[in-house]
Design a protein around this ligand. Structure first.
Ligand code: ATP
Ligand code: MG
Length: 379
């Protein structure tokens, strides 16, 4: 099984230095499913200090929980020391992180069986919890007792839905029941951590699984504005490209901004989502041109994925024929007007009027025609 040549080098180096090291988590799961792995996670018996000594280029990205990012051949890998977690008093932060010497102990603290498989070319696959069988049966199942695992770290419930939506798996019945029971604990989790999982779920190949957020009651506790999501529109998502604001706009429409703000999404994401939501359903050339002046051409292009065929045809025509859209496209400008003795507030009024005229009829955008129309503007 080949997961990542750069990752393999890291594992070999750690083993040469006398430590154990395995691929673990998403990269093993993905390769077993025949998919290209995303990020590379490695688990090792070496301490963070050892890891930083052994490799030339490292960053202590999560040193508090034993994670060091190692750069090998330009590839980043997260190398984490075997650990277990002590108690959780607040449903989110382990009271302390304890490093351990045994891979099995490390695997038992992981969230789901499909994420708790370790692999190393010499030692083979370590799968103490039936992760391979669950991959085969497409099941998300907690490692250990679901009720306890979710009350330890409530984010795991959102992650369960995220993996359902990215992998297309079913959440196993006992785990699902435990989510219903513990859903309220999600209110304790930082909004940023929730946002990461929510976005991954929305961008998944099986976004229809997001209905699980409603069915389990998680949505009420995820955010105060969770009610913003229109679950009847979830089915539309899978035909859309994996662009977060596009998918957000479709399922949230008007209230998107409040929900996204609450989850601390970037201003850029919020603004783009709002712009796209504002353009949903438009189709006439006039509407499109007005939209472009307010929201830009990039957003107008994204709207072809949500709006009607007519919208797409009209937009293509506007762009191909280079219709005048912006004030700068007008064949007359402020200094031309000034030369004609028109100044002050009147200038803006005339420009807006002329722009609307050429939006409706692009061929009117000649200096001669525009000058003729100036007289139509009321004093
Ligand atoms: P992705 O493909 O999105 O990277 P992943 O499974 O690798 O998915 P990560 O969030 O990168 O997910 O986490 C890496 C691994 O760390 C997981 O596979 C799991 O074993 C473990 N893990 C992550 N978060 C938790 C958690 N909250 N509780 C228990 N284990 C976790
Ligand atoms: Mg990962």
């Amino acid at each position: 099984m080949m997961i990542s040549p750069a990752g393999l080098k890291i594992i070999e180096k750690l083993e040469k230095s006398g430590f154990e090291a395995f691929f673990v988590g998403g990269c093993v799961r993905d390769v077993l499913m025949g998919k290209t792995p995303g990020d590379i996670d490695i688990t090792t018996s070496a301490s963070p200090a050892d890891v930083m000594n052994i490799f030339e280029k490292t960053y202590p990205t999560g040193i508090n929980h034993g994670t060091v990012t190692v750069v090998e051949n330009g590839i980043l890998a997260e190398v984490t020391t075997y650990r277990c977690e002590k108690g959780y008093k607040d449903f989110r932060h382990p009271d302390g992180v304890e490093f351990v010497s045994d891979i099995s102990e490390d695997l038992s603290r992981r969230d789901f069986t499909v994420n708790a498989i370790a692999y190393n070319p010499e030692r083979g696959i370590i799968d103490n919890f039936g992760g391979q069988k669950d991959i085969e049966n497409k099941v998300i199942r907690c490692v250990g007792e679901p009720d306890r695992r979710f009350s330890e770290d409530a984010l795991r419930m959102v992650r369960a839905v995220r993996f359902a939506a990215t992998l297309g798996f079913e959440i196993e019945e006992k785990s699902l029941m435990a989510i219903r029971k513990n859903a309220h604990l999600v209110a304790n989790i930082s909004k940023e951590r929730i946002a990461v999982e929510f976005e991954k779920a929305v961008l998944g190949d099986f976004p229809e699984k997001l209905v699980l957020l409603r069915e389990t009651g998680l949505i009420k506790h995820l955010a105060e504005n969770g009610g913003t999501i229109d679950f009847s529109l979830i089915d539309k998502l899978k035909d859309l490209p994996k662009i977060a604001p596009l998918r957000f706009a479709v399922i949230m429409n008007d209230g998107a901004a409040d929900f996204l703000k609450e989850l601390r999404f970037s201003n850029k994401t919020i603004k783009t989502t709002e712009s796209l939501a504002a353009g949903m359903g438009i189709s006439t050339p006039l509407e499109i041109k007005k939209y472009i002046t307010k929201n830009g051409i990039e957003n107008a292009k994204l709207l072809v994925h949500i709006n009607s065929k007519k919208y797409e045809t009209e937009l293509e025509k506007i762009l191909a024929e280079k219709h005048p859209i912006f004030v700068k496209d007008l064949k007359i400008n402020g200094s031309d007007l000034a030369e004609m003795g028109i100044t002050g507030a009147k200038t803006g009024k005339i420009i807006s009027y002329l722009l609307e005229k050429v939006w409706e009829k692009p061929s009117l955008n000649t200096k001669g025609d525009l000058i003729k129309m100036i007289g139509e503007v009321a004093e």
